[in-house]
Design a protein around this ligand. Sequence first.
Ligand code: ZN
Length: 224
Amino acid sequence: MFVYEWQAGPMTMSTKHMSLSERVEELLATGGPLPIVAAGDPVLRDVTEPYDGQLGDALLDRFVAALRETMHAAPGVGLAAPQVGIPLSIAVVEDRARGPEQVLQARGRIPLPFRVLVNPVYEPEGEDRAAFFEGCLSVPGWQAVTARHARVRLRGQDERGNAVDEVFTGWSARIVQHETDHLRGTLYLDVAELRSLSANEAVAERWSQPTAKTAAQALGFELP
Ligand code: ZN
């Protein structure tokens, strides 16, 4: 067992008095990929504010570009605004779907072109669920098997305010569920099978099979 000893941390300046656009301006001023907030920061547990033009189009475009750059640098396939400390209902997703063909096929993983999700909500389409190892840039070093709806209908807007109403399946459905959950203060660990929790190294060494069946048997958990 490991218990972290108390240490005085650096005082963090409160940014609560600043408007969201001032906070985004300040964040972008540093340039380069943005620092990713790790689990334990309350911003990851708050319900985000619906986006309603708070940043204006020009700043929104710069913010979205920075989210995309940060997601690529991580590297990841999705990033939500709270993960860079901004409590707005905005996320970016993009999956180039690289990897062994057998694994891609088992996971229903096909390329998901870059897109911006603004005020997204999803609902399941049908009863099917799929369970695979999943990770989060805000919980670095770990992955856990997470059952997700195999098909979801996603509604919301894009970055220009155009209505979005689309059905996602397979790995793309998983990505949009994970990112939309972030905007409601939910982390994948809240819905994951905790007995499957594995360090990245363990996933790479032991659980790289196309499905989570072997891991379920060895670690003792049920798949849906
Ligand atoms: Zn995440």
